[in-house]
Design a protein around this ligand. Structure first.
Ligand SMILES: Cc1ncc(COP(=O)(O)O)c(C=O)c1O
Length: 336
């Protein structure tokens, strides 16, 4: 029985997403490397955020909201998918783009996600900081109050860890879906590799896996902050999700695994190893990754594979969370 069944929810994603064996990568490393295709959730280029938005927008609809408000980086996939979800649900939408990454290139500001946000006609606000989650959320609350004074009812999808993490429910459900797929194929997973940003995906996934009886390690790959801070963030969020679903479960902190080896040079900035991992998967499997999230996550897995971290009978699963629209904001990734 799913832990998320009693929460309001709207349908935004193609589910279940495929679970595929990457045959060329598997042959190269003599192990079985699987990919969970959450880049194929279907909503305006797809990605992990549609699973999370199903629960936020479920709440918004229940409250009778007419407008969604959210915040993110200029190349935020969450912002792009929130706009698409609002359009699908017939809602107005306003987004706030934060100055989170120092990139002056015109493509970063006009192509990829912000291009799609403009195409779908969202109202755009700008926020001058990139490392001020509470401030960014307060700016959204102020805008919601302004709209309320005009008779509108806005629903804020927040960023900081201080709110009820409805988004994480999407990955409690996502992990339950994946564990059922693995069980149907009689596969015993040796480990999962997932990104860890706002931590909704990592936290929800860990809880969903454990609640489904799967004890395999869930490696969270840091894309925004170092491993010590990220572990703290996941621990806090995990407790709030456990409280919100009312699960009778304890997950020791030793099971919160955070790897920040691909974080440098910083959020939204790929290292050479990340660029190499993006090219590797594009050229081996025809699968596209992004420079901010899925590329860094796969780069950690690729490093583990190269170190001989998995053996012949092992099955390791990479969660592909999408983000590919932002590839167009990084034209320098491919040499002329
Ligand atoms: C493509 C992609 N992957 C992973 C993440 C990280 O997910 P979370 O914020 O749930 O940690 C994001 C977040 O924006 C994303 O856009």
């Amino acid at each position: 029985m799913s832990l998320t069944k009693d929460f309001p929810r709207v349908e935004l994603s193609h589910r279940p997403t495929p679970l595929e064996l990457m045959t060329n990568v598997s042959a190269e490393f003599d192990t079985r490397v699987w990919i969970k295709r959450d880049d194929c959730t279907g909503l305006a280029f797809g990605g992990n955020k549609s699973r999370q938005l199903e629960f936020y927008i479920g709440q918004a609809m229940e409250q009778g909201a007419d407008t969604l408000l959210t915040t993110g980086a200029v190349q935020s996939n969450h912002v792009r998918m929130t706009v698409a979800a609002a359009r699908k649900m017939g809602l107005e939408v306003e987004v706030q783009l934060e100055h989170r990454v120092d990139r002056e290139q015109p493509e970063y500001h006009r192509s990829g996600n912000p291009y799609l946000v403009r195409l779908m006609g969202a109202k755009i606000h700008y926020y001058p900081e990139g490392e001020d989650e509470a401030g960014a959320d307060h700016a959204l609350e102020r805008r919601a109050a302004e709209l309320a004074s005009k008779g509108r009812k806005a629903y804020v999808i927040p960023l900081s860890n201080a709110h009820t993490p409805y988004g994480a429910l999407g990955y409690v459900d996502g992990a339950e879906e994946l564990i059922a797929q693995l069980q149907a194929l009689d596969i015993e997973p040796k480990g999962f590799i997932v990104p860890s940003g706002s931590a909704s995906t990592h936290t929800g996934f860990l809880l969903g896996a454990r609640a489904s009886g799967c004890q395999a390690p869930v490696h969270g790959v840091c894309v925004r902050r170092d491993a010590v801070s990220q572990k703290q963030r996941v621990a806090t969020k995990l407790q709030s999700v456990i409280d919100v679903v009312g699960a009778d479960i304890e997950i020791p902190e030793t099971e919160i695994l955070c790897d920040d080896s691909m974080l440098a040079p910083g959020y939204g900035l790929p290292s050479e190893a990340t660029v190499e991992a993006i090219k590797y998967l594009a050229r081996r499997e025809g699968i596209l990754l992004d420079p901010t999230y899925s590329g860094k996550t796969f780069a950690v897995l690729l490093a583990l594979l190269r170190q001989g971290g998995y053996g012949r009978d092992d099955n390791v699963i990479f969660l592909h969370t999408g983000g590919t629209a932002s590839l167009f904001a990084y034209p320098e990734l491919v040499e002329e």
